[in-house]
Write a protein that binds this ligand. Structure first.
Ligand SMILES: C[S@@+](CC[C@H](N)C(=O)[O-])C[C@H]1O[C@@H](n2cnc3c(N)ncnc32)[C@H](O)[C@@H]1O
Length: 397
């Protein structure tokens, strides 16, 4: 980012606001201000005006107290409205404005996370900050939008969770999590990065049971909104951030473990990502990945269509392991876990079919049919041997 020339800092809603109407701001910065606005429409209104004030490519940064207050000292009067983070995310995400020439603008989410100092020192996830960038509406935020509006809509996430189990959006839920995390030999205080953390089930499990510090990143705003909400009140160290693992950077030697479950299927340039993992891991650190794979050779037209429609990039298990070796990893284990995948799919499908009435009551008949149809199709693909599932563990020496 270039150094901003005009920053509206921690503004107050009186005179300053009227003064800044003539400025073109590069950044608007505020701490715990929207929670003082009584009605949601007041927040919506202000956001709309801020989008007008800020320049294209300018930023809006804010931090809010969500869910509940931070301290426990008694106050006679507390006008604060402790809202859920998804309220702010929705208001900012849905704000669209036009200038006098009819050009339209919106905000692109650059980052959203809990404030680390509160998580580490107070085990408190209620202080949340966002950074948004003003962009022209035609700018392509394509993949994030695809995730949030197509593959992982909020309702879609909840119905997946119903199948995979609380906190999980990937194969086997808590059962495979226990098995795979058990291979990591986690020690208290170690730092774990979960790439494509979803709604955070695996992160809560690791932090609670092994006393490790977990950072979960995910490109989907919907996923991170759920994760942030569920982190609240938990007495262990989990931090979540909306971030694209292909552009995110960390200093070299930051993590003891990098963990990723059924996510890297979305990533086209796996070699580059694995090189980043290698750099981000400390010497002696481990990477553990489970991922969708395919059999070697050309996929059938139906499977090719499925891969294309989802935008996946799949490899056979052996080639996948080789990509980790090429990135510098040692002691690479590349296991074909397709039989386990198949068993888990059958069990998940049986459970949903048994739970049909309740599922339809909580979601809809259409949702039920989508899920059952999706699972049956996965079973056909995996039974034929075309779709495979791999487990990869490797070490940075
Ligand atoms: C099948 S879900 C798995 C979620 C989680 N790992 C779990 O086990 O429940 C795949 C996740 O990858 C995330 N994802 C896809 N592309 C990503 C990217 N470039 N950076 C970060 N996360 C990404 C998706 O948003 C989604 O949450």
């Amino acid at each position: 980012m270039k150094y901003p020339t005009k920053i509206l800092c921690d503004f107050f809603f009186g005179s300053l606001v009227s003064q800044c109407l003539n400025l073109e701001m590069i950044m608007i910065f505020s701490v715990s201000k929207y929670c003082c606005l009584t009605h949601p429409f007041m927040v919506e209104n202000l956001v709309e005006r801020m989008v007008k004030w800020v320049k294209v490519d300018g930023f809006i940064f804010f931090r809010e107290s969500c869910f509940h207050r931070s301290g426990d000292s008694k106050r006679k009067y507390n006008p604060t409205h402790y809202r859920e983070p998804r309220f702010y995310t929705k208001v900012f995400k849905e704000c669209h404005t036009r200038d006098g020439s009819g050009n339209s603008f919106e905000l692109s989410l650059i980052g959203c996370k809990c404030i680390s100092a509160y998580v580490k020192n107070k085990k408190n996830q209620n202080q949340i900050c966002w950074v948004w960038k003003k962009v022209s509406s035609y700018e392509d935020k394509g993949f994030q939008r695809f995730l949030d509006n197509v593959q992982y809509k909020s309702n879609g996430i909840l119905r997946y969770e119903r199948v995979f189990g609380q906190g999980y959006v990937s194969t086997g839920g808590i059962e495979t999590t226990k098995e795979f995390v058990g291979k990591l030999d986690l020690k208290p205080g170690q730092k774990v990065l979960d790439v494509g953390c979803g709604i955070g089930g695996g992160d809560f499990y690791m932090a609670e049971n092994f006393d490790v510090e977990v950072v979960g990143i995910d490109l989907s705003i919907n996923m991170i909104s759920f994760a942030l909400e569920r982190a609240i009140g938990l007495n262990y160290s989990v931090e979540f951030e909306v971030a694209d693992c292909t552009t995110k950077t960390y200093p070299n030697n930051t993590f003891d473990v990098i963990y990723s479950r059924d996510t890297i299927l979305h990533i086209q340039d796996k070699p580059a990502l694995f090189r980043s993992f290698f750099k981000w891991l400390k010497p002696g650190g481990k990477v553990l990945i489970s991922d969708y794979c395919k059999s070697a050779g050309t996929p059938s037209p139906e499977f090719a269509e499925y891969i294309k429609q989802r935008g996946y990039d799949l490899h056979d298990v052996k080639a996948y392991g080789q990509m980790l070796r090429d990135a510098g990893f040692d002691e690479v284990i590349a296991e074909d876990r397709s039989d386990q995948f198949n068993k888990v799919l059958r069990r998940e499908l049986n459970a949903v079919e048994k739970d049909k009435d309740e599922f339809i009551c909580d979601f809809s008949e259409g949702d039920y049919n989508d899920i059952v149809g999706g699972w049956k199709a996965k079973l056909i693909r995996s039974s034929s041997g075309e779709q495979r599932w791999g487990l990869f563990i490797a070490k940075k020496k």
